[in-house]
Ligand binder design. Structure first.
Ligand code: BGP
Length: 474
């Protein structure tokens, strides 16, 4: 008999609060860093404004107005047969400024209602505490994650969420793509994700490591808080996983690509082993980085290791050794002749998903959870409201096949598969609507205009069939 996935495999989809909720000031919500980001596009990064300017369009303000449409949206997900739905809690709905003593009840109630609606259909909510956003007040008053105080603010937020929802939510993640959260190369991302403000002359790399350390400690503290409230909670980290292949069999290329991956994925080492890897400690020494890492921090990291590894998988990279071996230099990327790219230049590499799953299993020995994967594409709706997205079906078919090989043939322990943007939403990198990922089309343009009506795409019916057959009918 052919082996299949477990019956309790969690099929579903994933979104994030600031990319779909809209209603950015409803129910006492505060301003988050996502709310001051303007619209960008493939060639123009999004800008971060200091104040909200009248007449300017900010994608998160509208999202797809999920805040008011969630019942209808969840009904459609239930029709597809979803077993799980990943979303995030907007920190600013719970603590509008981030540093209050008491949470905002209206914000807490919104997520109670949302989780109840999911549970009504037997869909498990899977929750990220911080998905690329934080209260803007914490940036202006404290300097974002450059400040140790943020650990306490985050811990308080996590505590409130675990206490309130632990009977409704079993699977949690602390920071979305924590390894992108602390990425100093792209100023837009830095501000967006970690709330760092740079002054002239600042050592950005050092600041990035310091912020990353505080986030890692905050994450480990949250894991302990959640387990103390309810030991049955499964609390994981979330990593962006992009394999970085060597450009050739030249030993230097191989060592170089290995170090490049280490540098992106050391976050997983800290989350799982509760300590920094040796190569990174050596690097800190070499660079003379005396980071604020206390004995107590190291104890927290040790005591707050994660239950599982959640990850996003979109693409792979290929790297070539140049004349230096500093691990941050993996940006010397070359194109891979065996791999095609999507309209945004992202490499489409299904086999890379199987590679990723095996890589993580061998290294960390933890259950895995695919909480993002998908194809951003320009979809067209016909006059009779059909969306023929056969390219998306092909993308998913190829990736799910590799995922199944990893589970069935390679024995990887996988909790579920939650493709990204199961309903069209605002793109994180550009703020546009036209980079669509969903099984459900939302009639809205890049400026937040449209009927906001929802329509199933062809992929909707295909995915329904996949779920119904537990991944056998692709
Ligand atoms: C991941 C983020 C998501 C999502 C996805 C697709 O990095 O966790 O928030 O947006 O990428 O990216 P984009 O929206 O830029 O296409």
């Amino acid at each position: 008999m052919t082996k299949t996935l477990n019956d309790n495999f969690l099929w579903g989809g994933a979104v994030a609060a600031h990319q779909l909720e809209g209603a950015y000031q409803a129910g006492g919500k505060g301003i988050s860093i996502a709310d001051i980001m303007t619209l960008g596009d493939r060639d123009h990064p999004r800008e971060i404004t200091k104040t909200i300017e009248k007449d300017k369009y900010y994608p998160s303000h509208v999202g797809i107005d999920f805040y008011h449409h969630y019942k209808e949206d969840i009904k459609m997900m239930a029709k597809m047969g979803f077993k799980a739905f990943r979303t995030s809690i907007a920190w600013t709905r719970i603590f509008p400024n981030g540093d209050e003593d008491a949470p905002n009840e209206a914000g807490l109630k919104f997520y109670d209602d949302l989780f109840d609606e999911l549970l009504k259909y037997g869909i498990q909510p899977v929750v990220t505490l911080s998905h690329f956003e934080m209260p803007y007040h914490l940036v202006t008053e404290y300097g974002g994650w450059s400040n140790r105080k943020l650990i306490d603010f985050f811990a308080r937020f996590a505590h409130v969420c675990f206490e309130r929802y632990h009977n409704k939510v079993k699977y949690w993640m602390t920071f979305n793509e924590i390894n992108n959260q602390a990425n100093y190369e792209d100023i837009g991302n830095v501000l967006k994700n970690s709330g760092l403000l740079f002054k002239k002359g600042d050592d950005k790399e050092k600041m990035m490591y310091q912020a990353a350390h505080y986030e890692l400690v905050a994450s480990a503290e949250a894991v302990q808080i959640g387990h103390a409230i309810d030991p049955s909670l499964q609390i994981g980290c979330m990593l962006a996983f992009c394999p970085i292949y060597p450009a050739s069999s030249k030993p230097e290329d191989i060592l170089f690509s290995q170090r490049a991956m280490d540098s992106r994925l050391y976050f997983g080492d800290v989350h799982v082993n509760g300590e920094y890897p040796n190569w990174l400690k050596a690097y800190f020494d070499r660079k003379n980085y005396h980071l604020d890492i206390t004995k107590k921090d190291l104890q927290i990291l040790k005591n707050g290791t994660v239950d599982y590894i959640a990850f996003s998988y979109y693409m792979s990279f290929t790297a070539k050794y140049t004349d230096h071996m500093d691990y941050r230099e993996y940006q010397d990327l070359v194109s891979n002749p065996y791999i095609k790219t999507n309209d945004w230049g992202w490499a489409i590499d299904p086999v890379g998903l199987r590679y990723a799953m095996n890589w993580m299993t061998t290294r960390w020995h933890k259950p895995l959870f695919i909480v993002e994967n998908g194809l951003g594409a320009y979809d067209k709706m016909t006059a009779d409201h059909q969306i023929h997205d056969d390219y998306r079906v092909q993308y998913f078919r190829d990736h799910i096949k590799q995922m199944e090989k990893a589970v069935i043939d390679d024995g990887v322990d996988l909790i579920g598969y939650l493709p990204w943007g199961c309903i069209d939403l605002v793109s994180a990198s550009t703020g546009e609507m036209k980079k669509r990922y969903g099984f459900i089309y939302v009639d809205e343009d890049d400026h937040g205009k449209g009927s906001f009506k929802r329509y199933p795409k062809d992929s909707f019916y295909w995915y329904k069939k996949v779920i119904a057959s537990n991944g056998a009918d692709l």
